[in-house]
Ligand binder design. Structure first.
Ligand code: 4AD
Ligand code: MG
Length: 502
């Protein structure tokens, strides 16, 4: 639309006549004034229509527009301190309904998560989801600019993969003209080959894992960026990861302070993310889990959560009493929403309270040689202020390609980066085994078909070099940046076990 102005730009246009195109999220009238809340993709703006000669032709239609009607509206920008964005639209001279609406399913009242997930194609029009997806777009842009500005070459790796990339348990099989192949779990092996051609490379795209458990951290389809660098050691790979994460955090905070605050994200916690990050080994992590600080943390959680459940109980009673005595429909509606929110919080807490004694036991009995679980990671990250690198895991719990620690053959030279505040592992990475004989032995030890990895072994036949890299999961990073309780809000169309619509 040639004559179109955007809400995001109205701050600089006070006093000017503008033409907005967008969707009405709310229309209400009081006597001779109607208020339309308009969103146009760039922002939200209140439009104020006063019934008079100029608006006579459309006032009655406009004041009762159904939620999500699309419109064209012409008016003058007026500064208003109280308005979101500091401006409103007044002196409306033209108004046109473009696409009608009615019975829009997502109303301002509270909806259950299944209801919303089944309407994801509409749900992401709502403010909160809109903000999250814009932050995601910034994160993706920050990822690309970080590597492009540092001379990394982008390599697009295949999604149809004939061999295992990470582990056998999470493969999606595909019938490829009669041949059993898989959806890529990672682009890493392919990007390693490209590293030997371009030195610094990265791949960035969707990856797939048949995660059979429903957790708040796992999707079956997620985006991962995987840089790979040659002639490097573990320290250099860790430094790259550190600079990379700081770059993402800086960009998100610089561009989205308002969005983060509206999401209820504590921006100060993100501003604490600074180099250098804490570095501990897997064995240190085991000691932390066995120690008294871990036990005290969980015992304190138990106490705090029990208190909170009690407080919520009284709050719910009060709200119910308020609802019973309320006279106006909006008061009843508001109380009902608050009751639902409080009940949801209480039942989540009650579930957590039941689990805490078990977590205490599991942490105290954590055995060297097993992988760190989600709860273990949460404990470790909460006992640190910023992100934490956990390095040098036992080789049994990690992928076949990881470089054996030459100083201790039980370990590999790898790391996970645990995000603060319990957001869990956002990066997994390692040095890659560059020795032909050791790699071949490991492929066999993992019962992998050597013929599928001949091309990968070629990288160790022709000018093998020490090299390493890592993978950062976009949705986990979005969940962390935005402070989301569940990863499902971090993707436009999340894919999880039992969830592929729409
Ligand atoms: O630790 P992972 O499995 O590492 C790799 O795939 C390596 N090939 C990366 C490399 O060295 N090039 O996965 C890396 C990251 C995790 O830290 C996490 O952020 C994300 O990918 N991730 C998932 N995100 C959402 N849902 C899942 N099911 C995920 N699995 C891994
Ligand atoms: Mg991992």
């Amino acid at each position: 639309m040639k004559d179109r102005n955007y809400i995001a730009g109205l701050g600089d246009m006070v006093g000017s006549a503008v033409t907005l195109y967008g969707w009405v999220s709310k229309a209400r009238a009081s006597g001779k004034i109607a208020f339309l809340t308009l969103r146009d993709g760039s922002g939200t703006c209140q439009c104020v229509l006063e019934k008079g000669d100029a608006t006579a032709a459309f006032f009655d239609e406009a004041k009762k527009l159904a939620q999500e009607t699309s419109v064209r509206i012409v008016g003058t920008v007026r500064a208003d301190e109280r308005a979101a964005g500091g401006v409103e639209l007044h002196d409306i001279t033209e108004f046109e309904c473009i696409g009608g609406s009615g019975d829009y399913p997502i109303t301002p009242k509270a909806h259950g998560i299944d209801f919303l997930m089944n309407r994801r194609h509409l749900w992401f029009r709502s403010q909160r989801q809109w903000r999250i997806l814009r932050i995601r777009a910034t994160i993706v842009d920050a990822i690309r600019s970080f590597y492009n500005d540092r001379g990394f070459v982008l390599i697009d790796t295949p999604i149809f993969a004939p061999a295992i990339g990470e582990g056998a348990s999470t493969l999606f099989e595909v019938d490829y003209f009669g041949e059993d192949i898989f959806l890529a779990q990672t682009g890493q092996l392919y990007v390693e080959a490209a590293c030997m051609a371009h030195d610094k490379v990265y791949c960035f795209g969707p990856t797939f894992r048949a995660e059979k458990s429903k957790t708040r951290r796992h999707l079956t389809e997620f985006w991962m960026v995987e840089p790979e660098i040659a002639f490097a050691d573990l320290d250099e790979v860790l430094e790259l990861a550190e600079d990379f994460v700081c770059h993402i955090v800086d960009r998100v905070v610089a561009k989205h302070r308002d969005d983060l605050e509206s999401l209820g994200r504590n921006v100060a916690d993100l501003e604490l993310v600074k180099k250098p990050f804490a570095r501990i080994t897997y064995t240190d992590a085991r000691d932390i889990l066995h120690g008294s600080a871990a036990r005290e943390l969980l015992e304190k959680d138990l106490g705090d959560k029990t208190e909170r459940v009690k407080a919520l109980g009284s709050k719910i009673e009060e709200l119910e009493a308020g609802r019973a005595s309320a006279k106006k429909a909006w008061q009843i509606e508001k109380a009902a929403q608050e009751i639902q929110a409080a009940r949801e919080e209480r039942s989540e807490l009650e579930e957590q309270i039941v689990n805490i004694p078990n977590h205490i036991k599991l942490a105290s009995e954590f055995e060297w040689g097993t992988d760190l679980g989600g709860v273990d990671e949460t404990i470790i990250s909460r006992l640190h202020d910023g992100p934490v690198f956990v390095t040098h895991y036992p080789k049994e719990v990690k992928a076949f390609y990881m470089r054996e620690d030459r100083a201790d053959g039980r370990l590999v030279e790898n790391f996970d980066l645990l995000a603060p505040e319990g957001y869990g592992e956002v990066i997994g990475g390692s040095m890659r085994e560059e020795d032909f004989d050791i790699l071949l032995r490991k492929i066999k030890a993992h019962n992998l078909p050597v013929e599928n990895f001949e091309w990968y072994l070629d990288l160790r036949r022709y000018g093998s070099v020490p090299h390493g890299g890592f993978g950062l999961g976009v949705e986990r990073t979005v969940a962390w940046m935005c402070g989301l309780k569940h990863i499902r809000e971090a993707a436009a169309y999340p894919r999880m076990m039992g969830k592929v619509y729409p």
